[in-house]
Write a protein that binds this ligand. Structure first.
Ligand code: ZN
Length: 233
């Protein structure tokens, strides 16, 4: 993959690569520590790109999307804190606070899918009982989400996972992204209703869960902008 991208980059006269992917980065941001869906395991992407004389900037896909969503919302939420919920094959958050993307000390910030509420299923990360084993669409058939029983369990656990985070951060805007929430506007509205019940209006002022207006293209915008900023130092 790096060889292909390097060839393309050089043909276009580019000096570096910016890659966002579904998985975890190493603490220093140079390796794909694990990306179960891509079969990447401690894959040194930056070193591989350096072999072709290219810089390489890596981001987690939800972080890249969160930064793109934040840039895209500067008119309606100038400078405001933003929480981006990604409910797709996995379940994770991206956070932009005080104008900065927050990645955490170990690049694990926002990985709320991997707390363990005591479920029985095995998670894509290899651990038993992570919230993602219920919240991640990778563990279900798409039609399962139209069944009331699963939908209610999903909503219960999504609210238990998200409400404390929203209360802790008090974001200016919260955006719903990912295959599950993008393609099921009624699920997004149901989740909004349940979160409003969990977050009293007197405190949190009529919580809104907004749809993305830019879609997946914003992850590309995000990772390119983050790569440019990193290059400038
Ligand atoms: Zn897990």
């Amino acid at each position: 993959m790096i060889a292909q991208l390097a060839e393309q980059a050089k043909a276009e006269g580019k000096t570096g690569l910016a890659i966002s992917f579904a998985g975890w980065l190493s603490d220093d941001g140079s390796c794909a520590e694990a990306a179960p869906n891509l079969s990447w395991n401690r894959t040194p992407l930056s070193a591989l790109a350096a072999d072709y004389g290219l810089d390489c900037h890596l981001e987690n896909d939800v972080d890249a999307r969160a930064w793109g969503e934040w840039i895209n919302r500067q008119k309606s939420n100038p400078g405001g804190d933003m929480l981006v919920i990604n409910a797709g094959s996995g379940f994770a958050l991206g956070m932009v606070l005080d104008h900065r993307l927050r990645r955490g000390a170990r690049r694990r910030a926002g990985e709320v899918g991997h707390w363990r509420p005591g479920l029985k299923g095995r998670c894509g990360c290899g651990a038993l009982g992570c919230a993602e084993s219920l919240l991640g669409a990778a563990h279900h058939e798409p039609s399962d989400f139209d069944k009331t029983a699963l939908r209610q369990r999903w909503l219960d656990l999504a609210v238990a996972t998200l409400a404390p985070v929203i209360a802790a951060l008090d974001p200016g805007q919260t955006i719903a992204t990912g295959g599950l929430l993008d393609h099921r506007p009624e699920l997004r509205l149901e989740l909004q209703t349940r979160l409003r019940q969990a977050l009293p209006e007197a405190w949190f002022g009529g919580f809104e869960l907004l749809p993305s207006v830019g879609g997946e293209a914003l992850a590309r915008l995000g990772v390119l902008d983050l790569a440019r900023r990193a290059q400038k130092g």
